[in-house]
Design a protein around this ligand. Structure first.
Ligand code: ZN
Length: 97
């Protein structure tokens, strides 16, 4: 997937109609095209991808959201594993005392 710096043409207004989980991505329409935006590290600046027809852009959008969800699931699994480890350590400590 190729991300390019988003440069808003001064006269072409952009409509953002959806914002994904964590505001990681934004679904936008501009001049009869659809595109996906994501914020960069620089505040107020965006990168865009998948500019084009609705269907193609929508597929990219779905893939991005699925990848994002997966990241949350991995975080959740890692957190649960850490908690499990801590609980085990904790109960071992109590038994030893
Ligand atoms: Zn999220």
């Amino acid at each position: 997937m190729r991300w390019e710096p988003y440069q808003r043409p001064p006269k072409d207004c952009i409509r953002i109609t959806e914002t994904s989980c964590c505001a990681a991505y934004e679904w936008a329409a501009q001049g009869g095209h659809f595109l996906i935006l994501r914020p960069t590290y620089e505040p107020g600046r965006y990168e865009e991808t998948a500019r084009g027809r609705s269907r193609q852009a929508r597929e990219v959008w779905a893939a991005l959201l699925a990848a994002h969800d997966l990241r949350h699931q991995n975080e959740e699994a890692a957190r649960a594993a850490t908690e499990r480890k801590e609980r085990t350590r904790g109960s071992r400590g109590k038994r030893a005392a």
